[in-house]
Design a protein around this ligand. Structure first.
Ligand SMILES: CC(C)(COP(=O)(O)OP(=O)(O)OC[C@H]1O[C@@H](n2cnc3c(N)ncnc32)[C@H](O)[C@@H]1OP(=O)(O)O)[C@@H](O)C(=O)NCCC(=O)NCCS
Length: 365
């Protein structure tokens, strides 16, 4: 048996047309287009691009958006189920169960035709924000807020969460967050979804695999970890002691480091800019200043201790953005999933289109 690398580091497991990462130069492309160019589009356009492989023209985008809006509503039976969930610290547990229920209510669940898969894709992308917002409100005993048709995917989510129409900058921040979270090659959740898809399991089941894997603090759960960490640090004066204490105890600092990027993650740069603008609009830059201070401290400490810097990853400044959007930390991973669902669906379809079951070997020791 060939030598294996722990954590499958550097192992190439499959071909994909969906995204491309150059971890040395800090480049990320979806379907051949740089993330910097995609970040200014709408989430609907990027979702269409990921799922179909083609940038939509005006008519295609308008039809796709119309279908998403038409499918934003959720089944009344699901709303009843949500009210019975016990909520702890992690809304993702509720989301995972809710997607399972959604599959039960979809008569096409176990149909594998391209048409059925297309319908499931639209429903999943459209319903995720409504489910996350409804789950959150149900946990406080509040009724869900009906989606508003004339708001963008991201702005409508913020509206369904709080009942307030977001400012233009808040709406832009939410759209960008969903776009930047939408896809990232063979990250752990996407890999688990591809394995499920390769057994020809249905799209809902594959997405649930993705959700379960995203939850962990070393993957999507890090975003909540960063929000909790910022609360724990509390003020910029405490950042140095916090960072040095963590390093001394050899504990991981959430939102830093990456398996693939050896330079700044290009998404982190865009998030940082959005976080700065939100801080300025908010008139209170303290969360942003604290985060930037932590970034500087860790960069220099890593150079000193390990001879190379460490950089913030996608979860670091996205957490600062969530702070300014007044998003509760327990929703962070679920909102990450709201964006990522388009990438997951694209990978599920790509796997179906040229399938061989994914079944590696283990080295018995
Ligand atoms: C992302 C992550 C899981 C990548 O893991 P990995 O590729 O297995 O890298 P390793 O954990 O082996 O880290 C390599 C070295 O950097 C250190 N390191 C990496 N990330 C670190 C962090 N966030 N805080 C402190 N030290 C870190 C490790 O301790 C290790 O040091 P060593 O060589 O002295 O043992 C890891 O960086 C991490 O746990 N980050 C925090 C969680 C997070 O933000 N996850 C979101 C990922 S997008």
């Amino acid at each position: 048996m060939k030598e294996m690398k722990k954590g499958l580091e550097g192992v190439v497991a499959l071909d994909t047309k969906i995204s491309y990462i150059d971890g040395i130069q800090g480049i990320l492309k979806y379907r051949g287009i740089n993330i910097e160019d995609l970040a200014d589009l709408s989430y609907d356009a990027v979702s269409y691009l990921l799922i179909t492989g083609k940038m939509p023209d005006e008519a295609e985008l308008s039809e796709y958006s119309r279908m998403l809006v038409a499918n934003r509503g959720i089944n009344g039976k699901l709303i009843e189920v949500l009210k019975h969930f016990e909520f702890g610290v992690e809304a993702l547990d509720g989301l995972r169960t809710a997607i399972s229920c959604t599959a039960h209510f979809d008569e096409e669940n176990n149909q594998h035709t391209p048409e059925a898969n297309k319908n499931k894709a639209i429903k999943l992308v459209a319903e995720f924000p409504t489910i996350v917002a409804a789950l959150h409100r149900a946990s406080y005993g509040d009724e869900p807020i009906k989606p508003m048709d004339n708001l963008s995917h991201g702005a409508n989510f913020l509206y369904m969460l709080s009942g307030k129409i977001p400012t233009d900058l808040e709406a832009e921040a939410m759209e960008k967050d969903l776009i930047l979270s939408a896809e990232h090659e063979l990250n752990p959740s996407t890999f688990s979804l591809r394995i499920a898809s390769s057994t020809l399991s249905d799209m809902y089941s594959a997405v649930i695999c993705g959700l379960c894997t995203l939850k962990g603090p070393l993957h999507g759960g890090a975003r909540k970890g960063v929000m909790d960490m910022l609360d724990e640090i509390g003020s910029i004066e405490n950042a140095r002691d916090y960072a040095l204490g963590k390093l001394e105890r050899k504990e991981k600092i959430m939102g830093f480091g990456h398996r693939v990027y050896k330079t700044l993650d290009p998404r982190a740069r865009i998030y940082k800019d959005v976080a700065r603008r939100l801080a300025e609009e908010n008139g209170d830059t303290s969360w942003f200043d604290m985060a930037e201070e932590l970034e500087h401290i860790l960069y220099h400490e890593f150079v000193e201790i390990k001879g190379k810097p460490i950089y913030p990853n996608v979860d670091f400044y996205s957490a600062v953005v969530y702070k300014y959007l007044d998003i509760p930390a327990e929703l962070a991973t679920s909102i990450f999933a709201m964006g990522r669902v388009s990438g997951w669906i694209a990978h599920c379809m790509e796997q179906y289109s040229d399938n061989r079951v994914i079944r590696p070997r283990a080295h018995t020791v």
